[in-house]
Design a protein around this ligand. Structure first.
Ligand code: PMP
Ligand code: GLU
Length: 400
């Protein structure tokens, strides 16, 4: 008899983390695995941020922090939102959490009731769908295919809105497609939401700094809907701080207070040392930071390299993403092909085949709601990337 709750039995394991776990296990068994499945910068955390954490330890920042974060950190985040995004938020509208993942979970759990509909453009980041499931709500997916640069249109959004729609969740720059919505596109979205005042918007901006086309725009810039927008962001990607676990949200005072209450019963807040370091990170202007510039330049170079190498594989369709550090090629040309008695029916079969035969870990697009594609993270060194794509290419060439 299964004694675990229905809640956990219904929840799927994060496929990004599952692929990373599988590649770690294979590596422990002695296989030479290249992991292109996890989305995390391969850069070190900036020096001045690390120094701030060391000082915080020495200064005994070892006690519980206020649940929504140290006041100085919440103020530094409000200042960042003004400096980088031109947005006005007060410190009390900011809640600091253990990663953007927790900020997302807080916001979803505080907003949706069982049975509510949550609109999500596909491809979407893996965890949205599962957190929504935990909340008992229903995911409604709208497709933005590769032909549309993986973007959805305002018309698609408006058609999908029903009286039951409570939330719209998207990321820009997007994980997994790298797509970046322009100011005009976001404005058109905001006009749709202005016509439907029962719909809230979660804008996941965690890849804000990894943008190859210039200025980042937030849908919270549009005053007519700002009260209903919840910005999610964090230090994992922009400051290469995945393991430090710090994310934050900016929202109306009421939503921020609700998330504060929820987090007070679940985690008591983010790590004190990480928060002290985060004050220094948030006071760093990305436009002035050599660390961030160096990282973004490296990602842009690797993106172009990986695209040129992947384009040599016949049949693989690929778009040029404007941000994040993923490629999301369409591999349908290989469905129905086989190697020996191994037939490829889907992107998942293809990822298993590539991992088993050439030891490169990538994630099936189905995990992100787009089964025609696979996700390749290029957040790794140039040599590793060349070797991985050469192996992937060899695996594809054997499929007949
Ligand atoms: N949103 C997106 C789109 C992501 O790719 C990630 C990556 N983990 C997260 C949220 C969560 O980030 P964090 O490490 O801050 O929990
Ligand atoms: N966001 C990253 C990814 O998509 C990290 C893994 C995770 O948190 O799921 O790979």
């Amino acid at each position: 008899m299964n004694y675990l709750s229905d809640r956990i039995n219904l929840l799927a394991e994060s496929e990004t983390l599952a692929m990373t776990r599988r590649s770690r296990e294979l590596r422990e068994q002695g296989f030479d695995v290249i992991n292109l499945s996890i989305g995390e910068p391969d850069f070190d955390t900036p020096f001045h941020v690390k120094e701030a954490a060391k000082e915080a330890i020495d200064q005994n920042y070892s006690h519980y922090t206020p649940v929504p974060g140290y006041p100085e950190l919440r103020q530094a985040i409000a200042n960042k939102l003004k400096r980088d995004n031109g947005l006005d938020y007060k410190a009390e509208q900011i809640v600091v959490s253990t990663g953007a993942k927790q900020s997302l979970a807080n916001a979803i759990l505080c907003l949706v009731n069982p049975g509510d509909e949550v609109l999500i453009p596909a491809p979407y980041w893996v965890s949205y769908k599962e957190i929504i499931k935990l909340a008992g709500a229903k995911g409604v997916f709208i497709e933005g295919g590769i032909h549309a640069d993986f973007k959805v249109t305002p018309e698609q959004i408006e058609t999908a809105i029903t009286p039951e729609t409570k939330l719209f969740i998207f990321s820009s720059p997007c994980n997994p497609s790298g797509t970046v919505y322009t100011f005009e596109e976001l404005k058109a979205f905001s006009e749709v939401f202005a016509r439907h005042p029962h719909v809230f918007v979660i804008s996941d901006e965690i890849y804000e700094n990894i943008n190859f086309i210039g200025l980042h725009h937030s849908i919270a810039s549009f005053g007519n809907i700002k009260e209903r927008v919840i910005i999610i962001n964090g230090l994992s990607k922009g400051f290469a701080m995945t393991g430090w676990r710090l994310g934050y949200m900016a929202a109306s005072k009421e939503i921020a207070a609700a998330c504060d209450k929820l987090q007070g019963q679940i985690t008591s807040g983010a790590c004190s040392i990480t928060q002290r370091a985060a004050i220094v990170a948030m006071n760093t202007d990305p436009a002035e930071s050599d660390d961030i510039k160096r990282m973004v330049d490296a990602f842009r170079y690797r993106r172009d390299l990986a695209i040129s190498l992947l384009r040599e594989i016949p049949g693989v369709k690929i778009n040029v993403p404007d941000g994040a550090f993923y490629l999301f090629p369409d591999v349908t040309a290989y469905f129905g092909k086989s190697f020996g008695d191994r037939v490829i029916f889907s992107g998942s079969d293809l990822c298993d085949y590539i991992l088993d035969t050439v030891y490169v870990a990538i994630v099936p697009g189905a995990a992100f709601g787009s089964p025609d594609c696979i996700r390749i993270s290029y957040a790794t060194s140039e040599d590793t990337l060349r070797e991985a794509i050469s192996r992937i290419s060899e695996a594809f060439s054997k499929l007949k």
